[in-house]
Design a protein around this ligand. Structure first.
Ligand code: FES
Length: 358
């Protein structure tokens, strides 16, 4: 993929809930191909706030078949970027954006007859909605069941759009809302999507064996609970797709182990390629990651979260060995293919060779 940033003009900012908007972009013909995306992918944005460059990733909330490029952005407490998008951004403004990327994706097939299940919490609905609409639009014989958790009904993103989809795909889409702060008649739908709730869902509403893919995106504890519940029923990892937006800090033990690894790597030489340019870099432990070492050496290596989540900093190791502190962004297949998250990576051998041009 290209790691360049492009300037896009905002076509519309639509208020979805009191603290969330969707943003649609104008796509000039010259950028259509660059911004062609797969359902479930995200975009990296960058903007200066008080002289500091801030980057954030936001998922698309549309299906490629809709012919528009649109994201969902929920305002988070103290979030400089999400607050600016919610409060200030308007139609006609311009913003810098990287081409779509991400692997929270599925190969849809018009002839397939599949069962899909989405578990979404809060703004985690954004990529799940993209996948859901794509499944329903491109696979006319497939079914989708959505379990969607929120604090209260006022905060449910895309509520009307999901209701309209239910009307449109009467026999193929089922939607169950779970609210933490409002009481429903049926007890199952009260409270958060935790392990007990997921076990109940798997016992009474769906049969995990017949589900082809589970798409999961929401708060970390919700995703962990669902993943555990599915694993306890023997659902293979290949049928569980998870998208994380954020993650917590390293534990003290993890941080100490990471620091020891960085210090051991001091001076190890790496050969790094980006946009056809190759540089030699000696690892400096004070810069902590391969990513920051590469950027300090003058190559504008891509990044967004720097937390091992978004995979914007992905590169392929073709020689030597590296170790990652955490990885929430790469699939097992990507790791087997040699990909690493460079914001989390430390060299553990001499002569590491890696490329961002993949
Ligand atoms: S920058 Fe997000 S995973 Fe590395």
């Amino acid at each position: 993929m290209s790691h360049d940033f492009h300037t896009l003009r905002v076509a519309e900012v639509k208020r979805e809930t009191p603290d969330a908007v969707s943003v649609r972009f104008d796509l000039p013909a010259a950028l259509r191909e660059t911004f062609a995306f797969k359902a479930g992918q995200h975009l990296t944005f960058r903007r200066d706030f008080a002289g500091e460059e801030v980057r954030r990733n936001y998922s698309v909330c549309v299906s490629p078949s809709e012919g528009v490029l649109k994201i969902g952005v929920k305002k988070i407490a103290g979030g400089v970027f999400s607050g600016w998008v919610n409060d200030t951004l308007k139609a006609g403004d311009e913003i810098e954006v990287m081409a779509p990327h991400g692997s929270f994706c599925w190969s849809f097939d018009a002839k397939a007859q599949r069962e899909y299940v989405g578990f979404a919490g809060g703004s985690g609905i954004t990529p799940v909605l993209s996948l859901m609409k794509t499944a329903l639009a491109t696979e006319p014989h497939s079914r989708f069941t959505l379990f969607y958790g929120n604090r209260n009904s006022v905060g449910v993103m895309f509520l009307e759009e999901i209701a309209a989809l239910k009307d449109r795909y009467l026999d193929r889409l089922s939607v169950f809302h779970f609210l933490e702060e409002e009481e429903e008649e049926i007890d199952l739908f009260n409270g958060r999507l935790d392990r007990a709730k997921t076990d109940e869902i798997l016992s009474s509403l769906i049969s995990a064996e017949s589900v082809d893919a589970f798409f999961i995106c929401g708060p970390g504890p919700m995703m962990d609970a669902i993943e555990e519940a599915l694993a306890a029923r023997g659902v293979e990892k290949s049928r569980i797709l998870i998208e994380r937006f954020t993650t917590g800090p390293l534990s003290a033990a993890q941080a100490a182990a990471a620091r020891a690894l960085e210090e051991k790597a001091a001076g190890l030489k790496m050969s790094v390629t980006l946009n056809g340019r190759r540089v030699q870099v000696a690892f400096d432990p004070e810069k902590h990651s391969i990513l920051d070492n590469v950027r300090a050496a003058g190559l504008p290596a891509p990044f967004a979260c720097k937390g091992g989540v978004c995979a914007t900093c992905r590169a392929k190791v073709t020689a030597g060995e590296v170790q990652m502190k955490v990885n929430y962004g790469l699939s097992e297949q990507e790791i087997a293919d040699g990909f690493v998250l460079t914001c989390q990576a430390t060299p553990v051998s001499e002569g590491v060779t890696l490329t961002y041009d993949v």
